[in-house]
Write a new protein. Structure first.
Length: 276
């Protein structure tokens, strides 16, 4: 028994340790280079990042930045909206007076702009909320937006899955600044120009994927509303192109229009021709 703790009541058992660490805010930049000698890089727990994953990631970033410096390239500074970018910003923030090591946590991430409050899976939002968030995403300086599409002809030629992957690749290629990594809802995607991670039900677990779902849904709904003006007999403005009872009835009555893909089962089964 430790002297003086004979009558102590332990709330919970645990372990505590303290690593030696640099006064990083005064010594290091967000690229993990020494401010006084940018050819010297530090990484790991001695920089004030806590945790095995954090330490490994800081080492990867420091190594990449060392290589970039030797090649005469600008350092790789991750956005503060990313976890490792936020951690790098924290350990290099000169305004931090009493610096203490920090692991990854939501507290070091910048708060979402007020106009993006309520961002969620588009299926969980009303049409009005989707429209508001759609405009806010386009106006937000911290967000890069791009929408990729595949034509009716491409869908019929490739199939719906491959055409979807093609549209996703086009969306990634259209991003500025260029994306280095992607989060994807559902299953892995073939043909993406950058590495990616697939997350099942990702639109409810990742704000990035949720934002993409809002952009995609509002863009498609607007296209359907415009299509309704050209083909009012199908009711696109109401059902937005989904296979509702009213949509199927309109197909049986009027046949397919140029917007209907021939590989769409109800159309292929009807064997109807495009009206003049």
């Amino acid at each position: 028994m430790i002297p003086g703790l004979e009558h102590a009541e332990f709330v919970r058992y645990g372990v505590m340790h303290r690593n030696s660490f640099l006064d990083s805010p005064r010594l290091l930049g967000a690229d993990y280079a020494l401010r006084s000698n940018p050819n010297c890089f530090f990484a790991g727990q001695m920089t004030g990042v806590e945790g095995y994953m954090e330490s490994a990631a800081s080492g990867i970033l420091a190594g990449q930045n060392l290589a970039r410096r030797m090649q005469g390239k600008a350092p790789l500074i991750l956005p503060r909206e990313t976890m490792m970018g936020a951690l790098a910003a924290y350990i290099s923030d000169e305004t931090v007076a009493q610096f203490q090591p920090m692991g990854c946590n939501m507290g070091i991430l910048p708060e979402l702009p007020e106009e993006l409050s309520g961002l969620n899976d588009s299926k969980q939002l009303t049409a009005a909320k989707r429209e508001r968030l759609f405009l806010a995403l386009l106006d937000c300086e911290q967000v890069a937006c791009s929408v990729g599409m595949a034509s009716v002809e491409e869908i019929d030629r490739l199939n719906i899955l491959r055409a979807t992957h093609l549209a996703m690749a086009r969306a990634v290629e259209g991003l500025a600044p260029h994306a280095d990594f992607c989060l994807v809802d559902g299953l892995p995607v073939k043909g993406l120009p950058v590495p990616h991670r697939a997350i099942v039900k990702g639109d409810g677990r990742s704000l990035s994927i949720a934002a993409a779902s809002v952009l995609a849904k509002v863009t498609r709904d607007r296209m359907m509303t415009e299509a309704d003006a050209s083909y009012p007999q199908y009711g696109f403005a109401k059902h937005k192109g989904y296979g509702t009872k009213a949509h199927m009835e309109a197909l049986r009555r009027h046949g397919p229009c140029p917007l209907h893909r021939r590989s769409f089962a109800p159309v292929s089964q009807m064997e109807l021709s495009i009206p003049e």
